[in-house]
Design a protein around this ligand. Structure first.
Ligand code: SF4
Length: 463
């Protein structure tokens, strides 16, 4: 491996170890964002949203983060906290309402296209809390034309009554975190749900007539065998959910797994690959198709439109809650405080609880588009042209040529196809599109490379 490949690998590791913002790709990466002074930013951010929303934003998204979980799974790399006291949840929900109030005056007329409840475990909220939160959101945002409301949940906290309530409030996409149905694996990763509770939850969701159900599974977890992986998958396929998402387990510094000093051996990684292939084979045999910008599904309606809009249309989205990320198109990405006390304290003073932020250039938005599209297999050059009014081949000529030479992409008239074999390759090679200044910054950040890399060894100078 050449020096610059190692550098890109290090950048990847740095991102994995600092990115607590869920499965969506952030560009520029979170570790390069500046610490924001919320006192100074409130006015500026509200002004920026206001000028963006003067024009109708057809793909506007609203994300609500509910960070609490019953306990923390050992593989978790998200911003999630163990719920110690019920009163913590009550205090948090009061702060959420305050944050909603700060944005209300700017957003209340703008139609929201997608609403997403992520976590943590949003289903930890009881019926009264959910009813109250939904009614507050409907009162303060324009959800009259909302096309998709997604709700993430754990089977143990989703009974028929709750699911019926969600349906009444317009939830039409439910995503159930299962990971595995093997009780040994469940115990090993500090989860708790049983096969029975999952089956009951699934049937209740069907009975409540929630249109789209996505099941999240994982491969490569501790104690997971190929046999138990396929057994879980077969049980899930039998239920015919609209979408199945199989996530390979990539431990990062944010997970208990790494904190406790455990590591994946080469054998574990190979097993994870085999589990991924076999799962993919089984899913495709069951007539699930890859859905654009998402996992394998039965139909297009099953996909998470908040994510696909963010990629395909560079859509703006507002994140409410501790640790939630927002995107003001062509201007700013920012993330709220992850310290709940700070989050609440800022809102008590009517300040936006912004923790980190990053100003965006047009080129940043282009790189986000390319790298996010590559993650799902291809970049549509026509769409790029529509979005940015630029020719992708011209702007990224060097990067495209270089990756073509490496055999990692195929360049056709209309598309740039990824030829990266797995997620591991993607996370490294997609970074060749990153901005030169960011790469220089990274080079300085990593002691291993400090004063050791000659300029000509950096990819952007070589290609
Ligand atoms: S349920 Fe999800 S968010 Fe909560 S700890 Fe487990 S993986 Fe993390």
């Amino acid at each position: 491996m050449k020096n610059y490949d190692i550098l890109f690998k290090q950048i990847t590791e740095k991102i994995a170890n600092t990115d607590f913002s869920g499965y969506t790709i952030q560009y520029p990466p979170l570790f390069s964002w500046e610490v924001a002074d919320s006192a100074d930013l409130t006015e500026e951010i509200l002004k920026a949203w206001k000028s963006l929303l003067i024009k109708r934003q057809p793909y506007l998204g609203l994300y609500i983060h509910l960070p609490f979980c019953k306990q923390r799974c050992s593989y978790c790399r998200y911003f999630a906290l163990k719920l110690e006291r019920q009163s913590d949840l009550g205090d948090y929900l009061s702060a959420l309402k305050k944050e909603i109030q700060v944005y209300r005056k700017i957003f209340y007329k703008s139609p929201i296209r997608s609403l997403y409840f992520g976590g943590g475990t949003p289903s930890l909220l009881n019926i009264r809390q959910l009813d109250d939160l939904f009614s507050y959101l409907y009162k303060n945002f324009n959800l009259s034309q909302c096309q998709q409301i997604t709700f993430e949940g754990n089977p143990d906290f989703l009974d028929f009554k709750k699911l019926k309530l969600l349906k009444q409030w317009g939830v039409n996409r439910l995503t159930i975190g299962v990971q595995s149905l093997d009780s040994k694996v469940i115990k090993a990763v500090n989860r708790y749900q049983s096969q029975d509770s999952f089956l009951k939850c699934f049937q209740s969701a069907r009975k409540a007539k929630i249109e789209n159900i996505n099941i999240d599974l994982m491969v490569g977890l501790p104690l997971q065998t190929i046999n138990s992986t396929l057994q879980t998958l077969k049980t899930v396929i039998k239920l015919q959910p609209e979408m199945i998402h199989v996530h390979p387990f990539y431990p990062t510094a944010l997970s208990e797994f790494i904190r406790k000093g455990w590591r994946l051996s080469k054998k574990d990684m190979r097993r994870r690959e085999v589990m991924s292939w076999l799962s993919q084979e089984l899913i495709q045999k069951a007539k699930y198709q890859p859905i654009k910008f998402d996992a394998d599904g039965k139909n297009e309606a099953a996909r998470n439109i908040q994510l696909s809009d963010a990629i395909e249309y560079n859509a703006p989205f507002l994140g409410i809650g501790a640790g939630a990320v927002s995107h003001i198109t062509n201007y700013f990405r920012y993330v709220n405080a992850i310290d709940i006390k700070k989050y609440i304290a800022n809102l008590d003073k009517n300040k936006l609880p912004i923790f980190l932020g990053c100003r965006l250039s047009k080129r940043d938005e282009m790189i986000y588009f390319i790298t996010a599209c590559l993650r799902y297999g291809q970049v549509d050059k026509l769409q790029f042209k529509k979005m940015f009014n630029q020719d992708l081949n011209k702007i990224f000529q060097k990067e495209i040529k270089f990756l073509e030479r490496k055999g990692k992409i195929k360049n056709t008239d209309r598309y740039l196809y990824s030829k990266m074999e797995n997620l591991g390759e993607y996370v490294i090679y997609s970074k060749y599109f990153y901005d030169k200044n960011l790469i220089e910054k990274c080079k300085k950040m990593f002691p291993k490379f400090k004063n050791k890399l000659k300029e000509e060894e950096i990819i952007y100078l070589e290609i």
